[in-house]
Design a protein around this ligand. Structure first.
Ligand code: FAS
Ligand code: PHB
Length: 399
């Protein structure tokens, strides 16, 4: 018998992706009540294959939320990655270039699983398959969220704060009058076709490949499960890509030496994601706060999406603890400005790395030469490699 869903809470969290679940866990640790309202089923949320690389600061937040144990047991710490282009390979030695910082390979699906398990174990209220979720009255001091459950009953959740953790297509940002929000967007003329397979990775670290046929990325989830991507044009359909066609294209783009070690096998997931850069400003509207993909999107090249979501949530959780426990509005008043400074730097890095590594037919031979010159500069400049490395491991938090 599931416990009845409260009609009142301190924080109404819309969305049970990594942002909503991590916020719920951090607030619970601080003794602040929250209810999560999620449009999909838990199984659906877990079925989405997304990010794979987490920054040290994200790992620390997961530890703070009390859900880091399996990540430390099963995650793969990585000290570097390779850039492949024109037949050559350049290793970016993250640890050496950043004074020992590294990243962790641990899939977003696993993080979501760990957060869902912790929330269920604590008996915290989550409404899955909530429909028509609508944030209301957040410009006053008594916001509320209306939603419909599977049985067709309409409910209202009274709260003090609404956290819009509902992703790029969510209801919270969409509820705002256009004149209240400024958006910045760049849509790339291509997407990533991703494939997940239970085969050993082609290399022990990630390989980002700039090939004349297009970008490719060799990543992983463990030493027995690999995650690969190839750049495809924006109008491609996943139905047109058999596993064999994918493997053949990936082999070409990784080059013969690497492809000689490529173990292929049946895909367990295959999907195409569009690439865009997007930021919505500001991120606070009275008692409603946007966090994660609800406020920004980056092309996945720099592995920043999930990590930016985590840093927003870190800032928001701290601000809400100050608000509820210390009756201070300092944190919530500075939330948007603090997040956006970090967001725009990650947007820049993700755009730069995407521009460097992908094929842009519209920029012609000159554009290709610019990429080759930048890759040559990276090969011979420790300063250039350091700039890449410090952005990839994640810039420090600024207060
Ligand atoms: P999410 O979109 O993950 O979660 C939002 C949640 O809100 C979802 O569960 C959704 O069902 C729910 N929701 C939406 N509307 C709602 C409503 N009206 N009412 C209630 N609930 C609602 N990042 C990387 O670093 N590397 C990658 O390779 C990578 N690949 C990606 C592939 C795809 C297809 C996408 C979309 C993103 C990818 N990202 C990647 C970025 C991704 O990892 C996000 O940054 C991360 O999921 C952000 O988490 P959330 O902010 O929780 O948003
Ligand atoms: C992934 O493993 O899904 C992944 C890794 C690195 C990226 C993007 C995605 O830059």
């Amino acid at each position: 018998m599931t416990s009845p869903i409260p009609t009142r809470t301190q924080v109404a969290i819309v969305g049970a992706g990594p942002s909503g679940l991590l916020l719920g866990q951090l607030l619970h640790k601080a003794g602040i009540d929250a209810v999560i309202l999620e449009r999909q089923s838990g199984e659906y949320v877990l079925g989405r294959i997304r990010a794979g690389i987490i920054e040290q600061t994200t790992a620390e937040l997961l530890d703070e939320a009390g859900v880091g144990a399996r990540m430390h047991r099963e995650g793969l710490p990585h000290d570097g990655f390779d850039l492949a282009s024109d037949g050559g390979r350049l290793r970016i030695d993250l640890a050496r270039l950043t004074g020992g910082k590294r990243v962790m390979v641990y899939g977003q699906t696993e993080i979501t699983h760990d957060l869902m398990d912790a929330r269920a174990a604590a008996g915290l209220p989550t409404v899955y398959e909530a429909r028509d979720v609508t944030p209301l009255d957040y410009d006053g001091e008594h916001p509320r969220v209306r939603y419909t459950t599977q049985d067709g009953l309409v409910h209202e959740l009274q709260c003090d704060v609404i956290a819009g953790c509902d992703g790029f297509h969510g209801a919270c940002r969409a509820s705002l009058a256009p004149e209240r929000i400024t958006t910045y967007e760049k849509v790339y003329p291509f997407g990533w076709l991703g494939l997940l397979a239970d085969v050993p990775p082609v290399a022990h670290e990630l390989i980002y490949a700039n090939h004349e046929r297009g970008f490719a990325l060799a990543s992983m989830r463990s030493m027995t499960r690999s995650r690969y991507y190839v750049q495809v044009s924006a109008d491609e359909r996943v139905e047109d890509w058999s596993d064999q066609r994918f493997w053949d294209e990936l082999a070409q783009r990784l080059g013969p030496e690497t492809a000689a070690h490529l173990v292929t096998g049946p895909s367990i997931e295959k999907s195409i994601v569009p690439l865009r850069s997007f930021v919505a400003e500001p991120m606070r509207f009275g008692r409603m706060f946007l966090a994660g993909d609800a406020a920004h999107i980056v092309p996945p090249t720099g592995a920043k999406g999930l990590n930016l979501a985590a840093s927003d949530v870190g800032y928001l959780a701290r601000a809400l603890v100050e608000f509820f426990k210390e009756r201070s509005t300092l944190g919530i008043d500075h939330y948007s400005q603090r997040c956006l400074r970090r967001i725009w730097k990650a947007e820049r890095f993700s755009w730069w790395f995407t521009s460097l590594m992908h094929r842009f037919p519209e920029t012609g031979a000159f554009g290709r030469r610019m990429q080759q010159a930048e890759l040559d500069y990276l090969t011979h400049s420790v300063a250039a490699q350091t700039a890449l490395a410090e952005n990839y491991v994640g810039l420090p938090f600024e207060d």
